[in-house]
Design a protein around this ligand. Structure first.
Ligand SMILES: Nc1ncnc2c1ncn2[C@@H]1O[C@H](COP(=O)(O)OP(=O)(O)OP(=O)(O)O)[C@@H](O)[C@H]1O
Length: 270
């Protein structure tokens, strides 16, 4: 495998934000092809912003985020960003996963319908095909969204807090689906708040506190020291600071974690 093949996503001094305020500062490093990474950090630490930067809905303020060979991305936003009152059934939501490939106005083939029904079965929602989205429980909606990811069949999968408000059984099922995507060689990044879950199921972790705190094998990334540093940075935020003032305040934290080319060595394992 060439090094270009190993690098699925590359960040080079990437800064992302809104209006004139940066939310993710000067991130450098590579996401290895086929890796399974948890993105961890406190509220407002830039996790969702980073996913939006990878998808491309948010353009860099500076630096770059490059997806190798413009790989397709399946992106699941936080449930709070979804409009549940949208008048659609489960089958319509899952069908949307085929739009990028088929186009909005093309008719779907019998094969496409089989793909959609198979995905609905795979997430355990058989019998719910015709149900309106606004009648689903939170866990059922999350299953339907996972079915949409399945039909998208993308090599890169980004999930923003997919385990929020799901019960133990649904959680186990969603984890199994993520693991099957990982075994199939897809590159998967998931925003997760529960650190025990991360330690149990995610080989690699990226810990954010607006700037990168640590990134590598989960056991190395989530040391008490790194978690303490992340919380200290978190407390030091000034929401009203002009962009990059926060960066200079936090420069020491960036200097000693050695991300970028150094962190890349972590990615041989997993
Ligand atoms: N659309 C927006 N416009 C302006 N500022 C935003 C916008 N979205 C996020 N922010 C700000 O960017 C910063 C990072 O937010 P982000 O949503 O990436 O954090 P997060 O780590 O995903 O948080 P959480 O765990 O609470 O979901 C926060 O200060 C937030 O207020």
């Amino acid at each position: 495998m060439t090094s270009a093949e190993q690098h699925c996503i590359r960040f080079d001094n990437l800064t992302l934000g809104y209006q004139s305020r940066a939310a993710v500062h000067h991130l450098s490093g590579v996401v290895r092809e086929g890796s399974l990474t948890a993105i961890v950090g406190g509220n407002g630490s830039g996790k969702s912003t980073l996913l939006k930067g990878i998808v491309g809905v948010l353009k860099p303020m500076s630096g770059t985020c490059i997806r190798h060979a413009r790989r397709d991305v399946a992106y699941l936003p936080q449930q709070s960003e979804l409009d549940r009152s949208f008048p659609a059934r489960v089958v319509d939501l899952v069908m949307m996963g085929l739009w990028p490939k088929r186009g909005l106005l093309r008719r779907f083939s019998g094969e496409d319908h089989d793909t959609i029904l198979r995905a609905i079965r795979e997430v355990g929602l058989e019998g719910f095909e015709e149900r309106d989205l606004d009648t689903l429980s939170g866990g059922q909606l999350q299953r339907a969204l996972f079915a949409r990811v399945i039909v998208q069949d993308a090599p890169i999968i980004l999930l923003d807090e997919p385990f929020n408000a799901v019960d133990a059984r649904t959680l186990q099922h969603l984890i199994e689906l993520i693991q099957s995507w990982h075994r199939g060689g897809r590159t998967v990044m998931v925003v997760v708040h529960d650190l025990e879950l991360v330690r149990r199921h995610f080989p690699e972790t990226l810990l954010l506190a607006r700037s990168l705190v640590s990134w590598g094998k989960t056991a190395d990334a989530l040391t008490p020291d790194n978690l303490f540093r992340a919380s200290t940075l978190h407390e030091a935020w000034d929401e009203d600071a002009p962009w990059c003032e926060a960066e200079s305040k936090h420069a020491h934290a960036r200097d000693d974690h050695g991300h970028g080319s150094a962190h890349h060595h972590h990615h041989d394992a997993a």
